[in-house]
Design a protein around this ligand. Sequence first.
Ligand SMILES: [Zn+2]
Length: 304
Amino acid sequence: MDLPAQRNPVGAHVPVAGRGLAGTGLAYARQVGAESVQVFVANPRGWATPAGNPAQDEAFRAACAETGTPAYVHAPYLINFGSDSAATRERSAESLRHSLHRAHAIGALGVVVHTGSALCGPPAAALAHVRRGVLPLLDELEAFGDAAPALLLEPTAGQGRSLCARMADLGPYLEALDRHPAVGVCLDTCHAFAAGHDLAAPGGVAAMLDELTDAVGPGRLRLIHANDSEDAVGARKDRHANIGAGMIGAPAFGELLAHPATAGVPLVIETPDGRHDPDRVEGARHARDIARLKELRAAAGVPA
Ligand SMILES: [Zn+2]
């Protein structure tokens, strides 16, 4: 795949229901001006592991390669390797293996997975389960050679007994995975803000990125979920807002786009599309969020 033309491609999580990955997903991406895409390859709230449609897979893969569009898969939300239930941990492995194989089939660069919660006692016990569940999947990826997708750990908003919320929490998690080279990080700005990183404060973005680099080392940040937040810093609530319409505010996204730690890292929005708004035009809010981020990228003035 060609290198992205921009320092930070800006895109969206796109729907794929109806006409599939290419027919629906890439058409939506074009409509909203997305330079990067993220998709689900299974019901995000279930355990099903559906087979792909080979024609759609190939059309999606070829179009992303041709346009230099980095693509990502978001694994289902139910996955939790820190669960106290052996059945849930087994299903988590099956579900994540499915997402990784589907990602390879469609040419995606990475699979985003939530880091889960310690439902099985102290965090150390949960991390031992994470290690037992995830390391074999990472080793299986070697069969894909250079085309293997990365596994991107996404810290959560800090609800319950979350295993990773603050950036520093990623250190022990990565350690439990032997700092495997196939592991990267997906930073969700709304989650980080909810977990107490005050991105709206002066220097807040840089402080968060410094903490991230301290925890995992340079080069692990591979994707950013660019979401504003409905709730205040530290609220531990995961309610996304449109860019500039929430408590994080647009300037923080400008700082993010100017920081050396984010060079080359694609952004994907997972913002509301106004589903309950009677005057809604499909995709209009996403198009506006993407346009806003592109403006902030231009204003950041960092060469591509
Ligand atoms: Zn996210």
